[in-house]
Ligand binder design. Structure first.
Ligand code: HEM
Length: 104
């Protein structure tokens, strides 16, 4: 997910504003609510968190093209979402999967 700009924005937005609605991962469907975490974390925290997740939880699969998240990149994504009047993360996820079906 972190290898495209669309995916990077999605990951930041999910942490910042949460996610609600049905999603499927592989053959498994989830219908959950992820609460927004944005009020607990700064942009620097979110970049650290995403870098940690890619490094430790993705088993090194992030590969050579891996780009670290920086505080300023995260802040820009948050600001862009705020300017656009909110982040519809469920729609962003659908657009991301449509663009990169291998993420499904
Ligand atoms: C810093 C903390 C957290 C991070 C980094 C994080 C990260 C994520 C990410 C990246 C997704 C999207 C997965 C995908 O699109 O395939 C997600 C979904 C989800 N998260 Fe979190 N999460 C956090 C905290 C929480 C907490 C505290 C809860 C519950 C109390 C939670 C519940 C969920 C649920 C239920 C979904 C699926 C939502 C749905 O089915 O619509 N998360 N989370």
């Amino acid at each position: 997910m972190a290898s495209s700009d669309l995916g990077r924005a999605y990951l930041v937005n999910v942490i910042n504003v949460g996610l609600i609605g049905p999603i499927s991962v592989g053959a498994v469907a989830y219908m959950g609510v992820m609460p927004a975490q944005g009020s607990s974390y700064t942009a620097a925290d979110i970049s650290d968190l995403l870098n940690y997740m890619a490094r430790e939880l993705d088993d090194g699969k992030s590969g050579e093209n891996w780009r670290q998240f920086s505080e300023s990149e995260v802040q820009q994504i948050i600001d862009r979402g705020t300017a656009e009047g909110g982040h519809d993360t469920a729609r962003q996820r659908a657009a991301l999967i449509a663009a990169f079906p291998e993420l499904q």
